[in-house]
Design a protein around this ligand. Structure first.
Ligand code: ZN
Ligand code: ZN
Ligand code: ZN
Length: 154
């Protein structure tokens, strides 16, 4: 499951971030959204509550929250999106459905097999798998779609 509003706020404040009203609102938005949000989605949501907000301010907050690990970013084919981080404390990765954008945890970590060059200090890594979940596969079969083939990806 994902981090709650309080867990997000606690993590941000324990790492020295000032908890402004806007950051509280962002924490609540990500804790209560069961999917991915584009920076534009977040900006539009925030504008309804705070007038005169600049896109840069919202985007900077997203960057800070991502750096603190309370939200995570995924690059989809149509751009960058964010979601609240999982509250599982053990390391894991994600399989993401390209249609409904539902996220499934996978416990396998490919880093075990990474042959890092000598002296290379690893600070972080990313591993994401994209596909179609069972429901979306059935939908797509119903529509007689051939599986999408994406150039350069297998
Ligand atoms: Zn997860
Ligand atoms: Zn799906
Ligand atoms: Zn890993």
């Amino acid at each position: 499951m994902m981090l709650s509003t309080d867990e997000i706020i606690q993590t941000m404040s324990s790492q020295g971030l000032r908890i402004t009203d806007q950051r509280k609102t962002l924490a609540k938005l990500f804790a209560e959204t069961d999917g991915y949000l584009t920076p534009k989605d977040v900006y539009e949501f925030m504008c309804k509550k705070y007038s005169g907000l600049s896109f840069d301010t919202v985007y900077r907050n997203l960057r800070v929250m991502e750096e603190l690990g309370v939200i995570e970013q995924i690059v989809f084919e149509d751009g960058l999106k964010f979601r609240g981080s999982c509250n599982q404390d053990h390391h894991h990765h994600h399989m993401i459905c390209l249609q409904c954008e539902k996220t499934y945890p996978i416990q396998f970590c490919p880093m075990t097999f990474a042959d890092a060059p000598d002296q290379f200090q690893i600070v972080k890594h990313k591993f994401e798998v994209f596909g179609y979940c069972k429901n979306c596969r059935e939908d797509r079969a119903g529509m007689n779609l051939t599986p999408a083939t994406v150039e350069g990806e297998k």
